[in-house]
Write a protein that binds this ligand. Structure first.
Ligand code: PHB
Length: 391
């Protein structure tokens, strides 16, 4: 190899390694990929609003760097997510990828993040193993094992002995079914039937008839954010709200985005989750008020808080690196980071890059005439149990 091709090779390598710095040393571009259309559009709407609110409140300059937020719609299709991730890094010189409304979308971007050495901040998806798919992934949403295992404990302590589980048939649903079911049976409970419902165009009615026939003490539910209202409607149509079968689950089914319109059938549902708009803290009161003000009264849900904290994590990491936006510096700075979120205290586990957070037990109640998930017990600092078992 002659010296000219050596120099050329080195220059190309440098350009590829430091895309952002090469484009504009003073701008840090965050490429946010969300389902803004399609069945998961409510997640996109919530996350976009929260990321923009964070910038509005904290300014668009961090450690001397200008923050540019680019939001792209992947329509909920994994091949589009992957292409957008490549374009955001290759064309827009994004230093960070963020968002990912569903597990398959987060997984589609993982090899892109690894190859480009660009952090992928997962602010929505919740299947436990996602963070193992790239050393550049960190998560500010939650994991289904983290939210489901505490529900088993509550059910066992509250006289529930026989349960039917209904989950959406893909990563997070399988996690919820396993972690609720295994913990419940370990504690002496019985799961009489495990029902899985398709992700696309779900029709819960035939499955709910089976639940009724099984006469369990409770039905444990996981459906992804956005599907809770359909589930609840069919729950009522099948007469399950009056059958004495208790509704329990992770908080995805009583999602704050939809809860207000679910009607009184949702009253009394007990769920475990990491965020409620009714969380009682000064940080959350300020967050909810600002979010509602900026978005025509829209109530923030757990997706919103995931994105708000995703932005917080990037801002805090940039402060720590003094503006160094290289992927390795940022992800190193994120490990072990802790802060006060609207949901309560959170941190990023330095080993797994997953979020450590409180899980709350909540009951749907009327507050000032509107339905809310009212928290009544706290399990502090919960690590994802799927990975805690391995590390
Ligand atoms: C996921 O696809 O990982 C997911 C989506 C919506 C939820 C939870 C998990 O509410």
């Amino acid at each position: 190899m002659n010296s000219r091709s050596l120099i050329l090779g080195a220059a190309l390598g440098a350009a590829m390694l430091s895309g952002a710095a090469f484009a504009d040393d003073n701008t840090v571009t965050i490429g946010m990929i969300l389902p803004m259309t399609g069945p998961s559009a409510s997640t996109g709407k919530q996350e976009k609003a929260a990321a923009e609110l964070y910038i509005q409140q904290h300014g668009d300059t961090v450690a001397g760097k200008k923050i540019a937020l680019i939001i792209k719609d992947d329509t909920g299709a994994a091949d589009v997510t992957k292409r957008l991730a490549e374009e955001l890094i290759g064309n827009d010189h994004a230093s960070v990828l963020m968002g990912f409304g569903l597990t398959p979308l987060a997984l589609a971007a993982a090899p892109v993040a690894t190859e480009a050495k660009v952090p992928e901040i997962v602010t929505a998806a919740g299947t436990a193993m996602i963070t193992e798919k790239s050393p550049y992934i960190a998560r500010t949403s939650f994991t289904l094992p983290q939210a489901s295992a505490p529900m088993a404990d509550w059910a066992l302590k509250n006289g529930i002995k026989k349960v039917v589980t209904i989950v959406t048939d893909y990563g997070p649903g399988v996690d919820a079914e396993k972690w609720f079911g295994d913990m419940f049976e370990k504690g002496g409970g019985t799961v009489v039937e495990k029902i899985r419902v398709p992700l696309k165009n779900p029709d819960f009615a035939p499955f709910l008839q089976r639940v009724k026939d099984d006469t369990p003490d409770a039905v444990f539910v996981f459906v992804p954010s956005g599907q809770g209202a359909v589930f609840m409607k069919e729950f009522v149509e099948r007469g399950l709200d009056k059958s004495g079968v208790k509704l329990i689950g992770t908080g995805d089914v009583t999602d704050d985005d939809l809860l207000a319109d679910m009607g009184d059938a949702a009253l009394g549902a007990v769920t475990t989750h990491h965020y409620s708009a009714a969380h009682d803290s000064p940080e959350n009161e300020a967050f909810v008020a600002a979010f509602e003000k900026a978005n025509n009264g829209m109530r923030p849900n757990f997706m919103a808080v995931g994105a708000y904290d995703g932005m917080a994590l990037v801002y805090k990491a940039l402060e720590k690196t003094k503006g160094d936006a290289s992927g390795d510096a940022l992800i190193a700075a994120m490990k072990g980071m802790s802060w006060m979120s609207p949901r309560g205290p959170v941190s990023i586990d330095p080993e797994t890059r997953d979020i450590v957070q409180n899980i709350y037990v909540r009951k749907v109640e009327k507050v000032d005439g509107a339905l809310y998930n009212v928290e009544f017990a706290t399990i502090p600092n919960v690590k994802d149990p799927f990975k805690a078992a391995k590390y």
